[in-house]
Design a protein around this ligand. Structure first.
Ligand code: HEC
Length: 111
């Protein structure tokens, strides 16, 4: 009996490691997570999403980029979506994120 429990435990942890990378949207290449829809809707209109996925910036630098586009490139006010977009960008495209394994997708976390 004990043996079976151990085996199940190692199978579960193996599964968790195997699926720990975030899924990416096939068209834009953006990570699919909370905020993805807002970013796709607001940030892929004037240029490709590559400009985002190839960048790594801190929260402040993302905010500066957004303000710069708003002041000089005609980016509209992001209003209620702005904090969601900034959270998404900082979570997935920040300099600290590069060497770290992604968090578990929410459907695998304990409820
Ligand atoms: C109204 C048009 C427009 C929209 C919408 C827009 N951008 Fe831009 N963005 C530009 C232009 C123009 C440039 C500079 C030209 C270029 O490099 O292609 C640029 C450049 C950038 C850059 C590279 C410059 C830098 O600061 O390093 C990033 C990153 C970027 N945009 C991210 C975003 C994000 C994130 C969003 C959504 C919040 C967004 N863009 C929405 C027009 C836009």
């Amino acid at each position: 009996m004990k043996k079976h429990v151990l085996l199940l435990g190692s199978l579960l942890s193996f599964a968790a490691v195997a699926v720990s990378d975030y899924e990416k949207d096939k068209i834009t290449g953006l990570v699919i997570d909370k905020g993805f829809e807002e970013v796709r809707a607001n940030c892929t209109v004037c240029h490709s999403a590559k400009i985002i996925t190839q960048n790594r910036m801190s929260y402040d630098s993302w905010l500066d980029s957004i303000r710069w586009m708003q002041e000089t490139q005609g980016l509209w006010p992001l209003s209620v979506n702005e904090p969601i977009i900034l959270d998404y960008l900082t979570k997935h495209y920040s300099p600290e994120d590069t060497g770290r394994r992604a968090n578990l997708p929410s459907h695998l976390l304990p409820k």
